[in-house]
Design a protein around this ligand. Structure first.
Ligand code: FES
Length: 157
């Protein structure tokens, strides 16, 4: 597992939920990039079990979270997303060796970038999970929904 120093604290713990939602000023849009290995399997199991998920999340299937670069994340935010998250394999279990570790570094970079321009870093997060861990996928999705719902809409100028 990479140290917090390496990832800049980018690994999010889905079990820790955000606080109360902000006064509602419209439904948020969250883009979730899911690796087609573990995260997608967990998402698929969630769907098969008919577990209800927040409707704010729009999923994008990617071969590996390592294929998601800072520009993908920033473009999603620039094009209307209020938050973006990556869901990938557990550390040490990426099907492309270290794609998820690269993704963790990139998410930490994007978080620092956002912070430097006054945007909340928690708008961008990454979660890891095993293919069999549907509850962790659900918790990650709900955490992102709660976090983004507690923030104002992302302003674009
Ligand atoms: Fe899942 Fe790389 S294949 S994160």
């Amino acid at each position: 597992m990479p140290s917090a120093a390496r990832t800049g604290g980018a690994v999010a713990e889905p079990e820790r939920f955000a606080t109360e939602p902000a006064a509602d000023d419209g439904e948020r849009t969250i883009i979730g990039f899911f690796c087609r290995e573990c995260a997608y399997a967990a998402a698929d199991a969630t769907g098969n079990a008919r577990v209800p998920l927040p409707t704010t999340v729009r999923s994008v299937l990617v071969p590996c979270t390592g294929r998601v670069g800072p520009l993908h994340v920033m473009s999603a935010l620039a094009e209307g997303a209020d938050g973006v998250f990556l869901a990938g394999c557990l550390e040490g279990q990426c099907h492309y060796r270290e794609g998820n570790l690269s993704a963790l570094d990139r998410i930490a970079f994007v978080q620092r970038l956002l912070e430097s321009v006054g945007v909340e870093r928690e708008r961008v997060q990454m979660f890891t999970m095993s293919a069999a861990d549907s509850p962790r996928f659900v918790a990650a999705t709900k955490r992102m929904h709660a976090t983004i719902s507690a923030l104002p809409r992302l302003e674009r100028r």
